[in-house]
Design a protein around this ligand. Structure first.
Ligand code: PLP
Length: 396
């Protein structure tokens, strides 16, 4: 069977194929950048028009209560919860991932106790996590220890307060061992904060099942919340009472409208809030999450692996040997939902791909990154992307 025919068969058998209609996509573009900015769900524009014209335009201040604006951070957190394996009441939505990394790390250091004087971070982390970990270490008087992910488990010990780890590496697409690293952290008496930016909405995370302490993630990638949509913070239920936020804004007060000069932290997930939520982005995210109704995350994972397998198969068939090198692990247990290919002229190649309607992205210095969002990427898209990649490379 040739590859276009195989793609057709795979698309016919795809249980999620009906979901593609829930997104605004153009037929002449293959969109493989949903690991950077998810496509627009069709539920969003109408909902936003209503939020702006009626809730803001006509109800104005009344919407904080009558339209449920005030409680949106927890409500939307509960909507994300099943996608990352969390029971309700543990996730709050708001701020950026960077800000939530700060809250989680400093909160974890405070819970870990004074004798634990190290913050461990994975050396390959997305830069913002590293920058914030360095500042958090300076502020809390801890030492920052950066280690390669494969050495993480052995780096955790009696001095570790907390480890900050990316679930999926943004550059290579490598999936790190969340259950194993979490168990090692706990065996060492340490806490762990997971950055789920590249796994939330792409694969089962199992936060509760694996006893994760704290986690953060963005919503504009696989959750399709829109550019700059608010991030989320998970604090495991039994840690919430001890979570002492370094950003105790009035929204996280037990009685925000009591306007007390003395801070008293709210119970539960709202303790992770800071200031007034960005309602427009937040409600766009809420509308975007409707596409997940009745979509099991396990089905998303199955399709994601099938898409990335098929892409690697098509690349191997179409691109002559030695012209690109995959830095994405071949083993399913170690692969997220993207494929990263290395080539010295990756920047120029990606420019040509985009000009020909195949949109991935380029990461310095030499990585072509292709993200596969199972809700809207088809196997025909995958075959076309690999074919166009081979054509571009053959001209260089
Ligand atoms: C793993 C990871 N962490 C953090 C961020 C940045 O998050 P934010 O810009 O929401 O602070 C990104 C953005 O792509 C990311 O990939």
């Amino acid at each position: 069977m040739n590859l276009p025919e195989k793609a057709r068969k795979l698309d016919e058998a795809d249980e999620l194929r009906g979901k593609r209609a829930a997104f605004v996509l153009d037929d002449d573009t293959v969109y493989l950048d949903g690991n950077s900015l998810g496509a627009l769900p069709t539920t969003v524009p109408g909902r936003m028009a209503d939020v702006v014209a009626r809730e803001w335009g006509r109800l104005r201040i009344r919407s904080w209560t009558e339209s449920g604006w005030w409680t949106a951070p927890e409500r939307i957190g509960d909507r994300i919860a099943p996608l990352v394996g969390a029971a309700p009441g543990q996730i709050v939505v708001g701020d950026s991932t960077s800000v939530n990394v700060f809250k989680a790390l400093v909160g974890a250091v405070r819970m870990a106790g004074a004798e634990r004087d190290e913050i461990v971070v994975d050396a390959t982390t997305f830069p913002t996590d590293g920058y914030i970990a360095e500042s958090a270490a300076r502020m809390t008087g801890r030492r920052l220890v950066a280690v390669e992910p494969r050495e993480l488990r052995s780096a955790l010990g009696p001095r570790t307060a907390v480890a900050l780890v990316n679930h999926v590496d943004y550059r290579s697409g490598r999936l790190h061992d969340l259950p194993g690293v979490t168990a090692s952290a706990h065996a060492a008496g340490a806490l762990v904060v997971w950055d789920l930016c590249h796994s939330a909405g792409a694969l089962p995370v199992g936060l509760d099942a694996h006893g994760v302490d704290l986690a953060v993630g963005c919503t504009y990638k696989y959750l399709n919340g829109g550019p700059g949509s608010p991030a989320f913070l998970y604090v495991r239920r039994d840690l919430q009472a001890g979570f002492d936020s370094p950003l105790p804004g009035w929204n996280s007060h037990r009685d925000p409208f009591g306007m007390s000069p003395r801070y008293e932290a709210a119970d539960g997930a709202p303790r992770g809030r800071v200031g007034t939520p960005d309602i427009l982005s937040m409600l766009a995210l809420e509308a975007a999450l409707e596409v997940w109704d009745e979509v099991p995350i396990e089905a998303v994972r199955d399709k994601s692996l099938a898409l990335t397998d098929f892409f690697l198969e098509c690349v191997a068939a179409y691109v002559p040997a030695g012209r690109v090198e995959s830095i994405t692990p071949a083993r399913h247990e170690e692969r997220g939902s993207q494929v990263a290919l290395r080539r010295a002229d990756a920047g120029e190649v990606m420019g040509s791909l985009i000009a020909r309607g195949v949109v991935g992205d380029f990461r310095q210095p030499d990585v072509l990154r292709f993200g596969f969002t199972p809700l809207y990427v088809s196997f025909a898209d995958v075959e076309r992307a690999a074919r166009v990649l081979a054509e571009v490379i053959s001209t260089r």
